[in-house]
Design a protein around this ligand. Structure first.
Ligand code: NAP
Length: 246
């Protein structure tokens, strides 16, 4: 896909993977709108490239999602929707980690992409467009210290497969990016023995996948996780969680 002149939304584009994506899309000539909850952070990120603008939008806030969709429509519509915003909590279920935080994780990581797709889809069906859902290699095998996060990414993987099947004969293409561990703030709590790649390397794989019409983009370790989840799921789970408390 040629991104030049395309209108792109990247949720959670103020930092980490989302910002690296926004910068790469902007370099390709796209007009990119980044979103997030923190206006100051978004403004600083948007200032990095003339093709990037920002709008505050919490993906857990339906009215804010509708306002984002309306602003995009007023400016000519959405060609690419990247559901990237996400949070991860690692916690021990025996230690009373607040339920409110667990449910917030679901509201952002699971309900967020569903909310965005629900409100953006009818406009996107009117044009050649792409939905990119950012799940995780953990969709293939859970990392026990992040139980809600891992389950959320498995949900997003399954949801994306169904979405792709339902939209197969429409103008909307559905792509899933399943990152391995990427060097961002979110990954700070992950097992330090997991190999990491840079956000820029991840985004290079995404751009290549978009150009090659790849449906499931599995950079780095994620390709191995996908294969191992089919060949030896029990062994994979054990390997992933060998340093985790049981
Ligand atoms: N890093 C990894 O190793 C890794 C691996 C696999 C998958 N992923 C996935 O990649 C995506 C990006 O992660 P990252 O590593 O770049 O994390 P990050 O550096 O923590 O960035 C996440 C971004 O999402 C935004 N965000 C969080 N909650 C939001 C909400 N409710 N509404 C809108 N924006 C929100 C944050 O901004 P505010 O807090 O200001 O809103 C932040 O800019 C996530 O979906 C994550 O699950 C990451």
């Amino acid at each position: 896909m040629n991104l030049n002149g395309k209108r792109v939304v990247v949720t959670g584009g103020g930092s980490g993977i989302g910002l690296a994506m926004a910068l790469a899309f902007a370099d390709e000539g796209a007009a990119v709108v980044i979103t997030g909850r923190n206006q100051t952070k978004l403004a600083a990120a948007a200032a990095k490239h003339p093709n990037i603008s920002s709008q505050v939008c919490d993906v857990a806030d339906e009215a804010a999602v509708v306002a984002l969709r309306d602003a995009m429509d007023a400016d000519g519509g959405t060609d690419v929707l990247v559901n990237n915003a996400g949070i991860m909590h690692t916690f021990d279920v025996t230690q009373g980690f607040p339920l409110e935080k667990q449910l917030q994780e679901i509201d952002i990581d699971v309900s967020g992409p569903v909310r965005l797709v629900h409100h953006f889809l009818s406009g996107m069906l009117q044009r050649e467009s792409v939905i990119v859902n950012v799940s995780s290699g953990l969709a293939y095998a859970p990392y026990a210290p992040a139980p809600v996060y891992s389950a959320s990414k498995a949900f997003l993987h399954s949801y994306t497969q169904s979405l792709r099947a339902q939209l197969a004969d429409t103008a909307v293409r559905v792509v899933e990016l399943l990152p391995p561990v990427v060097d961002t703030e979110l990954a700070a709590d992950l097992d330090p023995s997991f190999p990491r790649i840079s956000p820029e390397k991840l985004v290079a794989a995404l751009l290549k996948g978009l150009k090659n019409n790849t449906d499931e983009i599995t950079p780095g370790q994620s390709a191995q996780l996908k294969l191992m989840s089919r060949l030896a799921p029990g062994f994979l789970f054990q390997q992933m969680n060998k340093n985790a408390k049981r």
